[in-house]
Each structure stands twice: as structure tokens, then as C-alpha cells.
Design a protein around this ligand. Structure first.
Ligand code: NZQ
Ligand code: ZN
Length: 386
């Protein structure tokens, strides 16, 4: 096992009817900016619950943060923070609203001229403006981690940022919120969380027995609850397990002491930036090709995953590893998620070369657990995913 340090300061408030606790978590003298997305919270009652809970608190609102949070929109919110002397941010939404809020937390204290530099120059935020979240969509784990991904339509870029100062102070997780989530987004959430675990697991064995089993147990739980969640989002038992699995998939715990990959996300983000494909779907497009292309490096963990998660008992390591990739693709299909780029766009010719060139330009010359996945390999993987 590798050496590691682990600190996660986010307080989780989990369970039925917990949104009413939000006021207790915010400093009494705070001037709060309540941030939300395209308006789903106004239809499903979450906005009303939050507003009722915040009675007596000084609150300004900023709605309209789009899925794949857009830099231009966030710059408008940053102006509101400055004009209104905001001291505390409250994100009410899914990964996009929470990530947008993290960007604002960083940008509000950033003293450079252009906040986009936080993303392009990889500036780590040590201490941002404090913020909390009310999660409305289980998927990204953003509610309990310190990373964010921001999109800029103008340049068709989607870049990651983060830093130890960007953990939410608290996150409220009421599994009842999933009742209003459309099937497409539920399937996305399941796929995103599943792939988060794969990115931190599908590398090479390092004798981290507990981390492997943490990862496998999250995968098994997602496989078990997926059909229940999709069939009946009012099934509280399934919803609670779904929500907690998504958080645990990316709150840092399972990646401690083990190698991680994250190439699927790096490539997937480009497909969202170029074609607007939902984040989770880009992962389902890239992961199978990535695992096939890097089969020799990953086959031992692929076989272990096949045995323990999919009960594949027959055959050699290679047979099991290959069957595990097939099972993964079947799982995505059962969720209604297509796994080829051509399923999403007819305009895919040249995409592989474009992504490879972008990675070269950014100096991303060695991705993956061995830092050996060069742009020319990325190009081949994307072509396999057409
Ligand atoms: O905009 P609103 O009206 O809120 O509607 C949203 C949006 O249309 C809707 N929704 C959310 N909660 C709902 C609901 N609809 C009905 N009922 C509810 N309770 O769902 C749509 C998608 O929301 P979004 O926040 O975009 O989805 P998700 O949580 O999947 O977030 C995706 C973003 O997170 C980034 C992705 O790249 C993408 O930009 N990621 C963030 C990560 C992180 N911070 O750690 C890691 C991930 O790998 C990912 O990259
Ligand atoms: Zn993801």
C-alpha cells in the first residue's frame, strides 16, 4: 500500500427531512448567496424547503447555473457576490451547481485579474469563501470533495480545479430528493458514480485489501440498487443506498494508498466540451475502449472485479478480464446508456486527433496510473470508441 494522508472536513447531514437543518449550519451573521440551476428546485419543492428553513437569514439568490457550469454565467454570480458583500455561499443542486459554487468560492478570494487562470494555471485554493450544499442529484460526489469542473463555451473547454480550501463545510443529503429526477439523470448518476470507483480501482494490484473491498462494495451496491432506483425513485431504501454510494465513490477515501487512473474522465470531459454529451455518458463511451486498449496493464484488476462484482468464475485471467469489460458494457446498456460516440453524434470524424492535439498542447503527455498514456494512445482509444 502506498503512503497517504487523508483529511475530509465536510460534515454530512444524511437522511429524511434533513433540509430543515440548513439554518443551523450557517453563521448567524452571514449574508448568503443561494445558488441554483435551471429551476428544477422550484418545481419539486426543494426551493420552498430551503427558503422556509432559512427564515430570518439574509439571503440573495442566483439561479440559472446550467448543467456543465458555464464560466460566463458564473462571472455574473461573482459580480453579485462583490456587489452584495456576500459572505457565505449555499449551493442547492447537483454537481453542476456545487462545482459552480466551488469556482465562486475560489474566485471570490482570488486576487488575480482573470479567474479563468484558476483553471488554466492549476491554482489550488487553500482557503475559499465558505460554502455549504443541499444535494439534489446523487452522482458526482462533489458534495464531499474539493474538486470542480468548469466549462467555457467560448473556447469549448472543460477544465478541472480544486484545492484543500474547496470542501463544502456541510452537505445535506436527503435521499427523498431523487423522486423528481428524470430517468436520464438517474442513469447518469449511477454511471458516473460507478465509473468514479473504476477510475480509482482499475489499475494494478498493490495489496490494498481494504481499499479494493471498499471499491467493490460500492460497485456491488450500485449494481443492486440501480434497477430499483430506475423503477421507483420513491423507494427510500434504494434511494438512500444510491445516494450514499455516490458520495462514498468520490470523497477521497477509496483512492487513498492506491494508484488511480482518471484518464476516462480526462478524455470524457473533452467529449462534453466538444459535443455537449452528458458527463456520465462520455465515461460510458470511453471506459470500455480504455480498458481494452490497456488490457495488459489492467487485466489483473479487471479479472478481480469480474470475479467479485460480476461473479465470473470460469476461465483464465484474460478470459475473466475480458468478460468483465463486457459485463460493464451490458450494465451501462441496461441503464439505457449508449456506449459508442457515434450513438451521440454523426460528426465524430477527427475527434480523436483533436483531443490528442489538445492534450499535447496542454502538456498532458502521460495520463493514467503509470503516467504513460500519451496523446497518440489517447487518439487510438477515442477511435476505438467511435
Ligand atoms: O438545472 P436544474 O434545474 O437543477 O436541473 C438539473 C439538470 O438539468 C437536474 N436536476 C438536478 N437535481 C434534480 C434535477 N431534476 C429534477 N429533480 C432533481 N432533484 O439534473 C440535470 C443535471 O444536473 P447536473 O448538476 O448537471 O448533474 P450532475 O450532478 O451529474 O453534475 C454534472 C457535472 O458535474 C461534473 C461534471 O463534469 C458535470 O459538469 N463533475 C464533477 C465532479 C466533482 N466535482 O467531483 C466529478 C465528476 O466526475 C464530474 O466531472
Ligand atoms: Zn464523473
Amino acid at each position: 500500500m502506498n503512503n497517504f494522508e487523508f483529511k475530509n472536513p465536510t460534515k454530512i447531514i444524511f437522511g429524511k427531512d434533513t433540509i430543515e437543518k440548513v439554518k443551523e449550519e450557517i453563521p448567524q451573521d452571514a449574508k448568503v448567496l443561494l445558488l441554483f440551476g435551471g429551476g428544477s428546485i422550484k418545481k419539486n419543492g426543494i426551493y420552498d424547503q430551503v427558503k422556509t428553513a432559512l427564515a430570518g437569514v439574509d439571503v440573495v439568490e442566483f439561479g440559472g447555473i446550467p448543467a456543465n457550469p458555464e464560466y460566463a454565467t458564473l462571472m455574473e454570480a461573482l459580480q453579485v457576490i462583490k456587489d452584495e458583500n456576500i459572505t457565505y455561499l449555499l449551493a442547492v443542486g447537483g454537481g453542476s451547481v456545487i462545482d459552480g459554487t466551488k469556482f465562486l468560492s475560489a474566485a471570490a478570494v482570488y486576487d488575480g485579474d482573470t479567474p479563468w487562470d484558476i483553471l488554466t494555471k492549476n491554482i489550488k485554493t487553500e482557503k475559499g469563501m465558505p460554502f455549504g450544499t443541499v444535494l439534489t442529484l446523487p452522482a458526482t460526489g462533489s458534495e464531499m470533495n474539493s474538486g470542480a469542473v468548469i466549462t467555457r463555451a467560448e473556447t469549448q473547454e472543460k477544465l478541472a480545479m480544486g484545492g484543500p480550501g474547496l470542501f463544502p463545510e456541510f452537505s445535506i443529503l436527503d435521499p427523498q430528493v431523487i423522486q423528481s429526477i428524470p430517468q436520464r439523470q438517474l442513469a447518469n448518476g449511477l454511471t458516473d458514480a460507478f465509473t468514479h470507483v473504476l477510475e480509482q480501482y482499475m489499475t494494478y494490484p498493490i495489496g490494498a485489501l481494504l481499499q479494493d473491498r471498499f471499491a467493490e462494495s460500492i460497485l456491488q451496491t450500485l449494481v443492486e440498487v440501480a434497477p430499483k432506483v430506475l423503477k421507483d425513485p420513491t423507494d427510500y431504501k434504494a434511494a438512500a443506498n444510491f445516494m450514499w454510494s455516490c458520495t462514498m465513490a468520490l470523497n477521497g477515501l477509496i483512492q487513498k494508498g492506491v494508484p488511480t487512473d482518471w484518464a476516462v474522465h480526462a478524455i470524457g470531459h473533452e467529449l462534453t466540451a466538444l459535443f455537449g454529451i452528458d458527463h456520465a455518458r462520455t465515461l460510458a463511451v470511453i471506459a470500455p475502449s480504455h480498458y481494452k486498449f490497456n488490457f495488459e496493464d489492467k487485466k489483473e484488476k479487471l479479472a478481480q472485479y469480474g470475479e467479485r462484482v460480476w461473479n465470473i468464475t470460469e476461465g483464465s485471467i484474460d478470459d475473466k478480464a475480458y468478460a468483465a469489460i463486457e459485463k460493464t458494457v451490458d450494465f451501462f446498456h441496461q441503464l439505457g446508456i449508449d456506449t459508442k460516440l457515434s450513438d451521440y453524434t454523426k460528426d465524430y470524424e477527427g475527434t480523436a486527433e483533436k483531443i490528442s492535439q489538445r492534450f499535447t498542447d496542454r502538456g498532458w503527455t502521460g495520463l493514467g496510473e503509470h503516467q504513460t498514456l500519451s496523446p497518440d494512445k489517447v487518439e487510438k482509444i477515442v477511435k476505438m470508441a467511435y
